[in-house]
Design a protein around this ligand. Sequence first.
Ligand SMILES: Nc1ncnc2c1ncn2[C@@H]1O[C@H](COP(=O)(O)OP(=O)(O)OP(=O)(O)O)[C@@H](O)[C@H]1O
Ligand SMILES: [Mg+2]
Length: 136
Amino acid sequence: MEYLSKSQNDTIKIAKLYAKTLKSGDIVLLKGDLGAGKTVFTKGIVEHFSKGKEDAVSPTFTIVNQYNTDPTLYHFDFYRINSEDELIAIGIEEYLYSDAICIIEWPERAPNILRSVITKTVDITKQGGNRIITVQ
Ligand SMILES: Nc1ncnc2c1ncn2[C@@H]1O[C@H](COP(=O)(O)OP(=O)(O)OP(=O)(O)O)[C@@H](O)[C@H]1O
Ligand SMILES: [Mg+2]
């Protein structure tokens, strides 16, 4: 399914709709260039599950942010990892095989780890000032 987003707020609305399709244990790979809107999309997912009580921030200086929603949400950003060993060191497998929902920005950085799990993909492409959001 493909959506056209003309604003940050459109992307949040699309993400909130998409969030309704998610269930415990799902792993969502968020693909797209720097500034495409992956963190904005995550905000929409977090809003859906927290009913507005929590706000997603970019996990720039940590690899993962946790939201104590039901189910729990883990928001990862793999952009700055130097190797997949760093993910093994933080116990990535425990997150991936938990009942939580995992949302991962820059999944391309961890091809080996992600190869062995079932995932859903959301792709965000810049098109002028707009965004094309493709959900699997
Ligand atoms: N249609 C749109 N949807 C989402 N964001 C938009 C849109 N139009 C403009 N923007 C702007 O683009 C930026 C997207 O930033 P965001 O942090 O979500 O990107 P990102 O994909 O997470 O980048 P990074 O790879 O650096 O983590 C924001 O500044 C937002 O206001
Ligand atoms: Mg981001």
